[in-house]
Design a binder for this molecule. Structure first.
Ligand SMILES: *[C@@H]1O[C@H](CO)[C@@H](O)[C@H](O)[C@H]1NC(C)=O
Ligand SMILES: *[C@@H]1O[C@H](CO)[C@@H](O)[C@H](O)[C@H]1NC(C)=O
Ligand SMILES: *[C@@H]1O[C@H](CO)[C@@H](O)[C@H](O)[C@H]1NC(C)=O
Ligand SMILES: *[C@@H]1O[C@H](CO)[C@@H](O)[C@H](O)[C@H]1NC(C)=O
Ligand SMILES: *[C@@H]1O[C@H](CO)[C@@H](O)[C@H](O)[C@H]1NC(C)=O
Length: 600
């Protein structure tokens, strides 16, 4: 359908360019140095189609931000008074002049209303156009770029321009300068049969933590089950209700999917009550139309006593971080999005153009509900459902920390992309967005930070005021001059919180396996937030929504402070877990019983 409508506009386009027009006065909108590792492979085929996304400036984002902070601040009288979808859309709708100017520009290239799809708020436009036309519209030249280590190919340019009269009516256009790819955060398959230490642990007596007074089975040091999570996070005996309108979502990209039979096996193994009622999930496909970007999906889990799920990696397909935008479009247009959402995908902040990162982050503010983002990135383990031999006992080195997550320390160079080749810690995106809750990783009980727990400071986003006191306290404790120049002490600091991240017992292709890595903490933490929402909904209170202002103020005492461990990277020992907030485990891990009291 797109193709035929474009074919029919061809003569018009030719005509438009045959005439002298003020369109010719283009001005550069954005220019980037190609990130390290990407080199030109060849010219882009002129008939290759690009799904172009155009962001118009949001007219009243500052006001939206003000609303968001008021309704998320437990000291504010409007706490919990979430806005409706329509109210949010009004606040981010573009100015009519911007809409008109961009429509006119598109129409001058033969692109008509029926060729354009618009986001609910009208602030994003999507069109499907061939390279030759985009090159004319943006006065640029696309190339096929190849990545040196991954071998991925991508069609991009390093600069694009717009006619002067629409320059201020467009915030950004992608894919143009976006070299970031959406990476799955590591989920490593450790083993199928229990190791000696796991067998030994089963015969040891439970261990009590003198600080928290909690008692945890010895097996939890080497095998994390739902029972372990309930013990470690002080949720033993809590029974959620299936009838209060609660919901939770888990984002899946890159062709990842969930398996109902394996979920059932998992429930039979660990949550018999959920197995007895055949608890399952709804699966919803997002943006199937944007197939060239890869398949995107999210799913919801309902009636789950305590959720945690590690998507098994099934296939590798190159997917632009633009699929985050498709996902946001879907969520923002949904009348009833899940009350808590977990995502375990992202990329190095510096590979995402700042303009796009800021605009995607604004989308999270709009969503205003809660997104949990993990943020260390690294190589993925490629496994198929049959769990072939090479996946069975692979244990990749678990790195990440303050670095770029490259498992090879020799290539974990932490060099900036901006052409200056400075050495710098590499925060992850979207974790660095101040409107999401970033989750760090822990291991063992009593808990300590895991070395691959990402953490640090954004170079794009300023430190939000909700974390000012906590982060300043941490910075004050750093010896003077520590890592000077390697991080931005005024940036949004991550993570916000932490949770267990390794040795999770799950099922794949009917078999129990142990998985771990950075993808595990986010859904674990989200499971406990879902239980907190349950406790609130039962009392007739609204769900929690955007969490951070609450966590850093009245709920801060509901976290177990993690004070052991650090997150090495970039040739340094990284940051230390310390008393109070730190750049490895944030405020700490949830003490569910305390948190319930604090939020209900
Ligand atoms: C990922 O790991 C595989 C197998 O260990 C390796 O062949 C590949 O080069 C790695 N890719 C990157 C980007 O490090
Ligand atoms: C876990 O291992 C640590 C030592 O590595 C030990 O001190 C602790 O008691 C163990 N915890 C449990 C629950 O067995
Ligand atoms: C769960 O599914 C099984 C197998 O399909 C079926 O026999 C059983 O009746 C179902 N139980 C409930 C509570 O729906
Ligand atoms: C940065 O590194 C790239 C790739 O190694 C090199 O081509 C470039 O000249 C370097 N730039 C500077 C300013 O050193
Ligand atoms: C981390 O703690 C160690 C041991 O106390 C100390 O030597 C080091 O300087 C600390 N590092 C940072 C970055 O605070």
């Amino acid at each position: 359908m797109w193709v035929s409508s474009l074919a029919s506009i061809l003569p018009l386009v030719v005509l438009a360019f045959a005439l002298p027009s003020k369109d010719c006065e283009h001005q550069v909108k954005e220019e980037v140095v190609p990130p390290r590792g990407w080199t030109i492979f060849g010219p882009a085929p002129s008939d290759h189609f690009i799904n172009l996304r155009i962001a118009l400036p949001q007219s009243n984002f500052n006001l939206l931000e003000q609303h968001l902070y008021e309704i998320s601040d437990p000291y504010h009288e409007r706490y919990g008074a979430h806005l409706t979808k329509e109210e949010v859309e009004d606040l981010v709708a573009p100015h009519p002049d911007s809409v008109a100017a961009v429509n006119e520009w598109l129409s001058s290239h033969g692109i008509q209303e029926e060729d354009i799809s618009r986001s609910s708020a009208g602030d994003w436009l999507a069109i499907r156009v061939p390279v030759w036309l985009v090159e004319k519209m943006l006065d640029t030249k696309y190339h096929i770029w190849k990545h040196a280590t991954s071998g991925d190919y991508i069609v991009r340019t390093t600069s694009y321009s717009l006619p002067k009269d629409i320059l201020d009516h467009v915030e950004l256009i992608q894919p143009t300068t976006m070299f970031g790819t959406f990476k799955r955060l590591k989920s490593t398959i450790h083993s199928i049969s229990p190791t000696n230490s796991q067998v030994q642990a089963q015969n040891q007596p439970p261990v009590s933590d003198p600080v928290t007074g909690l008692t945890v089975d010895a097996s939890c040091n080497t095998t994390i089950t739902i029972t372990c999570l309930q013990q470690i996070y002080n949720a033993v005996g809590y029974t959620p209700s299936a009838h209060v309108g609660n919901s939770v979502g888990i984002a899946g990209y890159l062709g990842d999917f969930a398996n109902r039979a394996d979920l059932q096996s998992f429930f039979e193994d660990q949550v018999p009550a959920a197995a007895a009622v055949n608890a399952t999930y709804n699966f919803v496909s997002v943006a199937g139309r944007l197939r060239f970007l890869g398949f995107s999906s999210w799913l919801t889990l309902s009636k789950v006593v305590s959720t945690h799920k590690i998507p098994l990696t099934l296939a590798w397909s190159l997917t632009s971080i633009l699929s985050l935008r498709s996902w946001l479009d879907f969520m923002l247009s949904h009348p009833n999005p899940p009350l808590a959402i977990s995502t375990s995908y992202g990329d190095d902040e510096q590979t995402v153009p700042e303009s796009f990162a800021k605009r995607a982050c604004a989308g999270f503010a709009q969503l205003g509900t809660s997104i949990w983002a993990r943020f260390t990135t690294s190589n993925s383990t490629l496994c198929v459902p049959q769990v072939p031999a090479e996946c069975r006992s692979r244990s990749l080195p678990e790195t990440g920390g303050v670095g770029d997550g490259d498992p090879d320390p020799a290539t974990q160079t932490c060099i900036t992309n901006d052409g200056q080749n400075r050495t710098q810690f590499i925060p992850g995106f979207p974790a660095s967005c101040p409107f999401v809750t970033a989750v760090g990783g822990t291991i063992l009980f009593p808990e300590q930070a895991v070395a691959f727990s990402g953490g640090g400071f954004s170079n794009y986003f300023a430190r939000p005021s909700y974390q000012d006191a906590a982060v300043q306290g941490f910075l004050n404790k750093l010896p003077k001059g520590t890592y000077s120049g390697l991080f931005n002490p005024n940036g949004r600091a991550i993570p916000d919180v932490a949770a267990q991240s390794d040795f999770f017992r799950v099922f794949a292709a009917g078999q129990p396996i142990h998985v771990g890595g950075t993808s595990a903490s986010s859904p674990t933490f989200t499971g406990f937030v879902t239980l907190l929402n349950d406790a609130r909904l039962k009392k007739g209170l609204p769900s929690l929504g955007f969490l951070n202002p609450l966590f850093y103020s009245t709920a801060a005492s509901g976290f177990n402070d993690i004070t052991v461990g650090n997150n090495p990277g970039c040739g340094t020992e990284g940051f230390n877990a310390t008393v109070g907030w730190d750049a490895v485990t944030g405020l700490g891990t949830p003490d569910f019983a305390k948190l319930v009291k604090l939020v209900t």
